[in-house]
Design a binder for this molecule. Structure first.
Ligand code: NAD
Ligand code: GLY
Length: 377
């Protein structure tokens, strides 16, 4: 069993990682002295697998529990779904001391966190991540929110920390391989931005597909990723000093790919493509070696993630989407680019200014063109 602390001064919390943890959820919530009422928020896919066990452990611990069901999918990460959670909160007569339990992947986790941040000006939220991506990233650190139909992802949101993150790796047994590899993209991200030992471990593995990853490697992946995120969040909770921004490695272009493909490419798959693109930008700007970019590409390939963009994707739309990124202001933004395996640098992005040391649209266009799949005739 691993217990990692997110050492925030105002609202510290534990990330508990252990096989069989699902059954400990009730006792863990009881130990936090949460109020009597709990609403479990999930979707039919996840609740069908784990809902009964989660409800049972919470009831055994003495909580009054109800269930709030949302439809499954990124396309439902909307204010309409938040309104459904509010309806559930109202029906269950939740009070300030009450709790929402997010049982699911990053979509359920982000929405439940946002509903908890805003209902009654803030009630408790406990994250029970059920995808690899949510275990290593989205359940930790308090970024919550939903997408706007006409804008960038996660445009509507709040920083709101959970009271507990409870991870049970056993639930990954029912995860589809596609979702597992999406999570591996975020794991590779942690390795590139700050953990060369984790990178070596990934590189030495006999494959990084779901079927290749044994319990020991999975434990290393979960613990090192969660520890890295906990440390970064505890030092830069609100992304003010540039440290938390390093977690956006691969995400700038990744988010644009997600929105241009209307989420047909999922978050992790898009982040992997975004890391390949960022790696190429770093090589072009002479910040990174071609050898290290190749090592990154090899690990991404080992995880069965694509190194090329979806066929037929419109590069102009990707570049246009970059400009609506919430972090780009007046045509200026930043990219997180690697300088070696385990370190990054923040590099300016000036939409039209072509210089040797900035990211610009023509340079982005050049690296994305190199990532287009070769057409078969
Ligand atoms: P997801 O939540 O859509 O889950 C993927 C699929 O797996 C869904 O169909 C889900 O129902 C299913 N599923 C979940 N757990 C399962 C299990 N144990 N067994 C079987 N099926 C299961 O996707 P995701 O990749 O977990 O999360 C992506 C979201 O996370 C995006 O919206 C992204 O913006 C967000 N995100 C947030 C942060 C953050 O810091 N808040 C960080 C990274 C990503
Ligand atoms: N996933 C990026 C962050 O939490 O800051």
């Amino acid at each position: 069993m691993q217990s990692i602390q997110v050492a925030l001064t105002a609202n510290p919390y534990e990330i508990s990682i252990a096989s069989g943890n699902l059954e400990r959820l009730g006792a863990k919530c009881r130990a936090l002295s949460l109020g009597a009422k709990i609403v479990v928020v999930s979707n039919p896919t996840v609740f069908g697998h784990y809902g009964d066990r989660v409800i049972a452990t919470l009831k055994q611990a003495g909580f009054e529990v109800s269930y709030c069901e949302l439809p499954d999918g990124e396309q439902y990460k909307t204010l309409n779904s938040i309104a459904k959670i509010y309806d559930c909160a109202l029906e269950s007569h939740l009070e300030r001391s009450s709790t929402l339990v997010a049982l699911g992947g990053g979509v359920i986790g982000d929405m439940t966190g946002f509903a908890a941040a805003t209902w009654l000006r803030g009630i408790n939220v406990v994250q029970v991540p059920t995808t690899l991506l949510a275990m290593v990233d989205s359940s930790i650190g308090g970024k919550t929110g939903v997408n706007h139909p006409q804008g960038d992802k996660n445009l509507i949101g709040a920083f709101y920390q959970p009271r507990l993150v409870l991870t049970d790796p056993d639930v990954l047994a029912t995860l589809k391989p596609r979702e597992f590899r999406a999570g591996m993209a975020e794991v590779i991200k942690y390795a590139i931005i700050g953990d060369d030992e984790l990178f070596d471990r990934l590189e030495r593995a006999d494959g990084l597909k779901q079927s290749d990853v044994d319990a020991e490697l999975l434990s290393t992946i979960l613990t090192r990723s969660a520890s890295a995120k906990a440390e970064i969040v505890s030092k830069d909770e609100h992304e003010l000093i540039g440290l938390r921004a390093t977690l956006n490695y691969g995400h700038t272009i990744g988010h644009a790919i997600e929105s241009v493909t209307t989420y047909q490419v999922n978050h992790g798959e898009a982040v992997a493509m975004g890391m390949v693109a960022a790696g190429k930008l770093a090589v072009e700007l002479k910040l990174w070696t071609q050898q290290d970019a190749q090592r990154q590409a090899d690990v991404i390939r080992q995880a069965d993630l694509s190194l090329t963009l979806p066929p037929g994707i419109d590069l102009d739309r990707i570049i246009a989407a970059l400009k609506s990124d919430k972090k780009v202001k007046a045509g200026k933004g930043v990219f997180i680019l690697p300088t070696r395996i385990g370190a990054t640098k923040t590099v300016g992005y000036e939409v039209s200014n072509i210089t040797q040391d900035l990211v610009s649209d023509p340079l982005i266009n050049q690296v994305l063109t190199a990532m287009l799949p070769i057409p078969t005739t």
